[in-house]
Design a protein around this ligand. Structure first.
Ligand SMILES: *Cc1c(COP(=O)(O)O)cnc(C)c1O
Ligand code: SF4
Length: 392
């Protein structure tokens, strides 16, 4: 694949504030204010067309997909769009396309079978010792391929009806749960006070060892990551955060600083990327992404195969290509930079790791392996006769 923008392979953290919007009279004070960013999100075709010439597929996408998943783009994130390039990787993630109205027989509204694993509305308990707690259906901006598009944004057929009290009671009664992942939607859209109340409530449950928050706010709305928010979050350690970055251009100077504030508050940061056609299905782009993440003190955690969400086939990448991307990273670059590639098994099987084959053959006597360069090696198994006898 060619690179329309050499910029995307450049590891510079560019500032995107407020640039084009300053010419339209937006002050730096407004720009750096999360409330201003949220109030001025681009949510209608009219607003979008004030800023951008849409392709017919995008225009029809905006007109027809709005009943499934709302469109919303923060000015900050909008600034990353290359207005001249209809194939811009930021555009593909955030601007609806007509292809969203096409569904294949494999696609599902709830591809990960979350609804069938909810003992309490809003709480997904699929793994033995941890739960996913869906605390809101709102995000700062909406990803067109969202695995939870059936409930996020509030316009689809289904509504998220989290029962907080029932969820807390369930967590109290289930001592096997030691890890709670707050997600949604995006928990960081709550006010500091509201989020603090939830975290306090969770911390009163003694068997909860570990808390985490899944959020794309540091990327969509870095202005929300205030010193006050960080000071509040650090009271609840151990608290980890998983962010969601798919393309190196998303890591701007403002995002790097926001991530730095979280890291300075002692919050270990991981990244979850979704493998998307025309966005990050390219080794050079992926390598730039994972390197920039490490420079932002974020450890690449998961690379997700796209869930079989309705109307997402234009973003799908074959598993074969995903495996090749991992193969191109492992051994070739820092081990910390290599995410685990996973498929969330359709229908509710949970995350399944998918790896390149490095074990070529296993017999009771030996394991035949290959390294990242393709050279083969043999590892002998311990002898069934026990350890070699020392000959004194
Ligand atoms: C992803 C996920 C988790 C967390 O999984 P980890 O592998 O521990 O990060 C927990 N519950 C559900 C339902 C999930 O989808
Ligand atoms: S931020 Fe997360 S929950 Fe929100 S639309 Fe994007 S993928 Fe879905």
């Amino acid at each position: 694949m060619h690179h329309p923008l050499e910029l995307d392979l450049d590891k510079t953290f560019l500032s995107h504030a407020p640039g084009y919007w300053a010419d339209r009279g937006v002050s730096a004070g407004d720009w750096n204010n999360a409330t201003w960013q949220l109030k001025n999100r681009i949510i209608s075709l009219k607003q979008l067309e004030e800023h951008l010439v849409l392709t017919p597929d995008e225009r029809n996408g905006v007109l027809l997909s709005g009943t499934k998943l709302a469109m919303a783009i923060t000015p900050h994130f909008f600034n990353l769009i290359d207005r001249e390039n209809p194939d811009c990787p930021i555009r593909r993630q955030i601007i609806p396309r007509i292809e969203e109205t096409l569904t294949s027989p494999y696609e599902m509204a709830d591809p990960c079978g979350e609804d069938s694993h909810m003992p309490v509305p809003g709480l997904v308990h699929r793994y033995p010792d941890r739960v996913l707690f869906l605390v809101t259906d709102r995000c700062a901006a909406y990803c067109r391929y969202c695995t939870r598009s059936r409930v996020v944004s509030g316009v689809g057929e289904q509504e998220l009806e989290t029962d907080f009290e029932a969820a807390f009671r369930y967590l109290e009664q289930h001592e096997e749960i030691r890890d709670v992942l707050l997600s949604g939607g995006d928990p960081l859209l709550f006010s500091d006070g509201k989020l603090e109340k939830i975290l306090e409530r969770l911390r009163r449950i003694p068997h909860l060892e570990f808390l985490r928050i899944g959020s794309r706010v540091p990327i969509f709305l870095p202005q929300r990551i205030t010193p006050e928010l960080c000071a509040m979050l650090k009271k609840f350690h151990p608290l980890f955060m998983s962010v969601h970055v798919n393309h190196p251009r998303e890591l701007t100077l403002e995002v790097k600083e926001a991530l730095g504030r979280l890291a300075d508050a002692g919050i270990p940061l991981g990244n979850q990327s979704v493998l998307l056609r025309g966005v990050n299905d390219d080794l050079a782009v992926m390598k730039t992404l994972v390197h920039k993440l490490l420079m932002c003190r974020v450890r690449p955690y998961y690379l997700y195969q796209l869930d079989l969400i309705q109307g997402s086939s234009h973003l799908e990448v074959p598993v074969e290509e995903g495996i090749r991307l991992i193969e191109g990273l492992r051994g070739h670059t820092t081990g910390y930079a290599v995410p685990q590639y996973v498929i969330d098994a359709p229908g509710g099987g949970g995350k399944v790791p998918v790896n390149p084959d490095y074990v070529l053959q296993r017999t009771p006597e030996r394991t035949l392996i290959r390294n990242f360069e393709g050279r083969t090696f043999e590892y002998p198994e311990p002898s069934p006769l026990g350890a070699p006898v020392l000959d004194y």
